[in-house]
Design a protein. Structure first.
Length: 610
């Protein structure tokens, strides 16, 4: 991680990013594309030095642009194929290799070590943003811009440290360690051979940075009028127009106070979870309090978005612009994207897709009946001969089961083992399902992939959903004080959250008798909360991290279903193992990259990894 010079590091990263996306500038909706030449030429040719940022706010802004570019929000369900929820038919997929025994300190697709690059950018911004002439015309506008970038730098430093901690914390000599905390920028004279901070020290630093960011950022970006400028700027002569330039709706997409509240809730639940609780960094009571504080922004349980479980198919997406407010379900979103990438990757082959992500029978079995009972419960009414009838509506919304329709054509998809179409089980075309199921969640069903049509539609990437924070609260509140306790200042309980979540999806009815059974026991409610989390957040890259923080088994094999119809017309459904999950116990904690451990003697590897 040692660089010849800070300037060279910045230039190299910027040039690399330019190759991907031309370059980034702040603009409507957060990060918008602009010309590399506009941003850095002729400066790069003239060997631009770091102090040039003081008189060139566009260059200075590029530091934070890169920290945003390095965020790890993946809109593809990549880590899910390393769990019991999904497999992929792409034989070279790194997550598939990881799940089947190849995970090591040298082959680690979930490594987050690149976050140190982003932290370097954040530190450079924090050390220099008060020297930048952000505005040539107004001292108060200059201060507003400085506060915006300083607040974002603190928040981004916290977020990237959280990613590092989640991926690389682990035990050394029985003690839970985090990663090295970097609070100053590095140069060629820096000491790179640093020991790891403790897990608690890392969590404390994340929370301190998020609190510091709140001193500078608004609760929500948006234009003001009629003198509603915050007092700290109004008293210095700041105008509505100046505030709107520095904190107005054009900045939506950047981190604000509502997003920070959600990040704090995420970090707190993570730190309080069984795999990390021994560090004493957070308690479940604290996690519930922070989740409740975040949920005040949406009105608590009463404000839960009724269509939140299928936000990605909202008709409002087609009319949404970069500066529009988020839909009620979303705390934080990426820019609206017009493409068909998810569909091309995951539609069945008969619809010109590659069928990449295949949900497992394990996940299908986790969806209850519409009456709320698990399919294994005697009161469920589950019929193994008609396994998809009378089920939780989320099942067919999120997963394409045999005989259901997909895509603009409205064609029924046959996933059976004896299917005569390309979509059947294990058809040797490299694109068919390995499990008997195809993915539906996240995708639009009105896209036609026929090459003669070349259809694109708008998609709304979700970074943080309020549903996740509701589930965070439910988990923390139940663990802290039980199913029906109001915890952390909330006027609702874990039970109330689960009842509302299930009712909006059409599960359990008004009485929800199974939920009532679970409400009598913290242990039963724990199982239900974890299962609801699995269903609501499936294919959003949560399952891999949840299994590890819960310290539960990672080794349940991924299963599928072989469907056949005999000469009499009777249909059979035979479960079979598709793919093993080869993890060792020590893999609840990920490795420090081997290349880093080899370079730095003070950087000790986690137990079990080599």
């Amino acid at each position: 991680m040692k660089y010849q010079s800070i300037t060279e590091k910045i230039k190299a990263s910027i040039l690399w990013m330019c190759g991907i996306a031309s370059t980034l500038c702040w603009g409507a909706g957060g990060l918008m594309l602009a010309s590399c030449a506009d941003l850095f030429e002729p400066a790069l040719e003239n060997n631009l030095e770091l102090n040039q940022m003081y008189s060139d706010p566009t260059f200075a802004r590029g530091l934070l642009d890169n920290a945003y570019l390095l965020l790890s929000y993946d809109q593809n369900p990549s880590t899910d194929v390393a769990t019991d929820d999904a497999v992929t038919n792409n034989s070279s997929d790194e997550y598939k290799r990881m799940a089947t025994g190849a995970w090591s300190a040298t082959m680690n697709p979930v490594s987050q070590w690149v976050r140190y690059h982003a932290i370097q950018y954040c530190n450079l911004m924090l050390e220099n943003c008060d020297k930048v002439e952000w505005s040539y015309t107004s001292s108060v506008l200059n201060k507003m811009y400085e506060d915006n970038y300083r607040g974002n730098a603190y928040a981004l430093r916290a977020l990237h440290l959280y990613y590092l901690l989640r991926a690389h914390c682990g035990k050394v000599d029985g003690m839970l360690l985090g990663v090295p905390v970097h609070l100053q920028s590095e140069d060629p004279s820096s000491n790179f051979n640093l020991p790891r901070n403790t897990f608690k020290e890392c969590v404390d630093q994340i929370m301190a940075d998020l609190d510091e960011a709140l001193k500078y950022l608004p609760e929500q970006y948006g234009d003001v009028a009629t003198g509603d400028v915050p007092d700290k700027y109004k008293s210095a002569g700041g105008t509505d127009a100046e505030y709107n330039r520095a904190f107005g709706s054009m900045h939506r997409g950047k981190i604000d106070g509502r997003i920070i509240a959600a990040l704090k809730a995420q970090v707190a639940l993570f730190a309080a979870s069984p795999a990390y609780a021994s560090a004493g960094a957070m308690t479940y009571d604290e996690a519930a309090r922070l989740a409740a504080a975040c949920l005040k922004h949406c009105g608590g349980v009463a404000g839960m978005a009724q269509d939140g479980w299928k936000w990605y198919v909202s008709s409002a997406i087609d009319n949404m612009g970069a500066t529009d407010p988020n839909p009620a379900e979303l705390v934080w979103r990426g820019n609206v994207e017009e493409n068909h990438t998810l569909e091309a990757n995951n539609y069945p082959p008969s619809l010109y897709g590659n069928g990449r992500v295949n949900p497992t029978q394990n996940l299908v079995d986790a969806f209850p009946m519409a009456n709320g009972y698990p399919i294994t419960a005697p009161a469920s009414g589950y019929d193994a001969g008609h396994p998809y009838e009378g089920r939780d509506p989320r099942l067919k919304t999120y997963i394409l089961v045999n005989g259901e329709q997909q895509g603009a054509s409205g064609a029924a998809i046959n996933t059976a083992a004896d299917a005569t179409t390309l979509d059947g089980l294990n058809r040797e075309n490299g694109r068919s399902t390995l499990t008997g199921y195809y993915l539906r969640k996240l995708m639009r069903s009105d896209i036609n992939l026929d090459p003669s049509v070349n259809d694109n539609k708008k998609h709304l990437p979700a970074r943080i959903r309020y549903t996740e924070i509701f589930l965070d609260y439910a988990e923390a509140a139940n663990e802290a004080q039980g199913p029906k306790a109001h915890v952390g200042g909330a006027d609702y309980s874990a039970y109330d959250v689960l009842k509302t979540l299930r009712q909006r999806a059409g599960v359990g009815g008004d009485d929800d008798p199974y939920l009532e059974e679970c409400a009598a026991s913290k242990e039963l409610m724990r199982e239900l909360i974890r299962n609801e989390r699995r269903l609501e957040l499936c294919f959003e890259n949560h399952r891999f991290w949840d299994l590890r923080r819960w310290n539960t088994s990672l080794t349940e094999a991924a299963s599928g279903v072989s469907i056949r119809t005999d000469a009499t017309g009777a249909t059979s459904y035979a479960r079979f193992e598709v793919e093993p999950r080869v993890y060792q116990d020590y893999m609840h904690y990920g490795p420090i990259p081997y290349s880093e451990v080899r370079k730095y003697s003070n950087l000790r590897q986690n137990e079990g990894w080599k």
